[in-house]
Design a protein around this ligand. Sequence first.
Ligand code: UD1
Length: 423
Amino acid sequence: MDRILINGGPRLNGRVRINGAKNSALKLMAAALLSDEPLILTNMPDLADTRFMATLLEHLGVNITRPSETRMDLHANGLAEPFAPYDLVRKMRATFNVLGPLLARRGTARVSLPGGCAIGARPVDLHLKALEAMGAQIELDEGYAVAQAPKGLQGAQISFPFVSVGATEHAMLAAVLADGETVLNNAAREPEITDLADCLNAMGARITGAGSASIIITGVSSLSGTTHRVVPDRIEAGTYALAVAATGGDVIVENCVPDHLDVLWDRMRAIGVQVEGQDDQSVRITQNNERCGAADIETQAYPGFPTDLQAQFMAVVCRADGASIIRETIFENRFMHAPELSRLGADITVHGREAVVRGVAQLHGAPVMATDLRASVSLVIAGLMAKGQTEVNRVYHLDRGFEGLERKLSALGADIKRVSEAG
Ligand code: UD1
């Protein structure tokens, strides 16, 4: 199993290029199931999660090629049996989003209930209720959702009791081929939702309101292929920005959409980091202070502070001059990085969904264990500013979501390398 070794200290300087968004790419890939024509995705990241999704889609009969590093062609003209087995679903929650498209296109599907990061219960009840509202009959059978819609799906009024990114996307993926109009109320507003709507509309779907809390989808009888550029990964962009906040330095984060991170920029300015938009695709992060200041954050659905940047922000304020309060409102059990950060000398007290981080003057390198995708990168950030060597174990979590992390950080001046068990 690989480990990452970091010698903390160096400031980060230079330019870093951001990839297409993992979270968007996975749902766009599922959208390929909706058409018998090719879907070409550009600005595609190459990650463990996208490969895993590709394996599932291939099992479902989608022909997938990667003509270049950043392009994926998906062609679902000869679908196989609509059956997604446990082994191809369990590692990652987003795989569950194949249920709706399979049901819309085939009228029946059997999909294993998902796994994913160990950050709370994360049920799929909202996904299932949305599909049921569209007329699907769903039974749970030995860990599988077995769904039927022999007469096709019907448009429906769906009001989500709370905001769910995955359920909003899943409902969209099903409603595009339903008979009539579907209205999604209290829909998620994340940029990845808008990206999915843009792609589906380019395939011939009729979706309005994506990016607002009310999305209207008028079903069409079939969808065509298209070429779509995956939206840049705001979480990857925010992660590099926070890495600079941690180490100090001067970095231009390129190929991102700075507007998608307004709330992060606000919090970074609050801790004394300079953030300057360069244009609509890049942002310059400068940190000249020896230590940053403290600031509180509370995670919220978009446009609030992203839960996927909570761990990274926590790592940064471990060395703040003052105390910060971090509230996690999206997931329970999403502070598993806190005890690991404490191993580096951080002073963190967790009470339920709130963590109090009292800044310390210096972190000290130590072996730590990655527990989930975003938590693992927070340990890397902490290692970059710690004195001495930090060893991050279980880095397969990182590979799920961060392409070329060591390469990109090394290019910015970090002392970081990956070693395999043998090496
Ligand atoms: C997506 C992102 C993830 C991000 C999260 C919140 C992907 C692949 N993952 O996850 O990185 O952290 O949005 O921004 O896009 N819930 C239910 N029932 C459901 C669905 C969700 O109770 O049927 C709960 C979840 O347990 C969680 C909350 O709703 O507490 C929000 O989850 P959701 O927005 O659905 O997250 P994901 O789509 O799983």
